[in-house]
Design a binder for this molecule. Structure first.
Ligand SMILES: Cc1cc2nc3c(=O)[nH]c(=O)nc-3n(C[C@H](O)[C@H](O)[C@H](O)COP(=O)(O)O)c2cc1C
Length: 171
């Protein structure tokens, strides 16, 4: 049976939530055998030779990928289906979505030319108010009101999971 790895890095949980929806959909609706794996610093990364398809997801902070997720992109995934996604507050806003896609996906992937993803998606995110200092939150939302918005949309994540399910089935 075809095996899929859904790997992700998260801090506040939005990327984990998206990765879980993707993993569930591929397992339940498409019958793939799926492993869900959290990429973290100082943790061994999974052996990619076990999988036909690899999905890599990262949270975005200060315009950057999580370090462990970006390091994972350096692997040799020749002959595998690779799909990449990010969860970033601004990517969930209509006005900023295309820019987020370009900066957080296209420009980052240009650094790893041997990686040729079959698909890439930028999803929204959320800054959990309780997890950052109140004064800091107030300052940030004053400068950028949209910083405080919850821009997640799990329906979009699910739609993408179906796209991937169909793509992976064909190969
Ligand atoms: C300190 C800080 C910096 C952030 N920087 C960005 C950013 O540069 N661009 C963006 O779109 N979202 C930014 N965000 C929002 C995160 O992308 C959002 O919280 C996302 O859900 C993080 O993923 P995670 O929940 O999986 O950790 C930032 C949030 C914080 C708290």
């Amino acid at each position: 049976m075809s095996k899929v790895l859904v790997s992700y890095q998260t801090l506040y949980g939005a990327t984990r939530e998206a990765a879980s929806v993707i993993a569930d959909t591929l397992e339940k609706d498409y019958g793939f055998q799926v492993d869900l794996y959290q990429l973290e610093e100082n943790k061994i990364t999974p052996d990619s030779s076990d999988y036909e398809s690899i999905i890599i997801g990262s949270c975005i902070f200060h315009g950057k990928w999580g370090k462990s997720a970006e390091e994972f992109l350096r692997n040799d995934f020749t002959n595998k289906n690779v799909a990449v996604f990010v969860c970033a507050g601004f990517a969930g806003e209509e006005k900023l979505h295309n820019q987020a896609h370009r900066v957080f996906l296209e420009e980052v992937l240009e650094k790893y030319p041997r990686l040729k993803p079959v698909s890439m998606k930028a999803f929204g995110g959320r800054v959990p108010r309780a997890k950052i200092p109140h004064i800091w939150y107030l300052q940030a939302t004053k400068k950028m009101p949209s910083f405080g918005y919850d821009t997640r949309n799990l329906e979009k994540v699910k739609e993408w999971a179906h796209e991937l399910g169909n793509l992976f089935r064909k190969t």
